[in-house]
Design a protein around this ligand. Sequence first.
Ligand code: GLP
Length: 241
Amino acid sequence: MKIEILDDHETLSQQAAGRIVGQVRAQPASVICCASGDTPRRMCRIVADEIARQHVDFGRVALIGLDEWLGIDPSNEGSCHYFFRNEVLHPWKLREDQIHLFDAFAHDPLVECRKMDQLIRERGGLDLMIVGIGMNGHIGFNEPGQPFDLYSHVADLDKTTRSVGQKYFKEKTVLTQGITLGLQHLLEAKEVILMASGSAKVDVVARALTGPVTEQMPASVLRRHANATVMLDKEAAARVL
Ligand code: GLP
């Protein structure tokens, strides 16, 4: 695992966007998993600008959404669906059949999980996975204490996730479960980038990168990955410098 420290959120976003564009240039049929949330939002805009500027062909990319809040309507602006439609699908000019998101209303969420696992397997695994880190160290909805060796699964959200998650919603929203790719997907991805920025993440980033590798701190799993890069801005990196 490598650590890259960038000056600020803008530079971090440019760096990560450059890795996505570079990946697609090198391998047009890449399978890319991306997190939603505040951290990658600017990166997604930069990717859109670069697609237009450099005329990069994203027409063979498969884009996998990392996670979703179970039971939250795709039209709700706090949903991951909403993020991917507005920040990725349209701006990157992808076709509907190129983007694969968990159905928050799947009749049987476990079947939905197996469908996602199968899709990733059939495409030959994830070429690039871009993730963030939650305030409790989660990646996607892999909450503290969940095994590292899970593929897609349904997770009960912990207290921190339920309260921090309110920032995405206009009104107070009951958040109880999430559906997410597992950390086994991350361990098997050919390349992983974890992005973190801002002073609020300073403690969790330090614990993930310098504390024990443990299922109690899901993001510490990155230290078991041979081709992982943690991209931090200076604020988030203050305690790992
Ligand atoms: C959210 C999502 C994650 C995201 C993380 C950090 O709850 N489940 O996929 O990466 O927490 O989010 P943010 O970038 O908004 O801080």
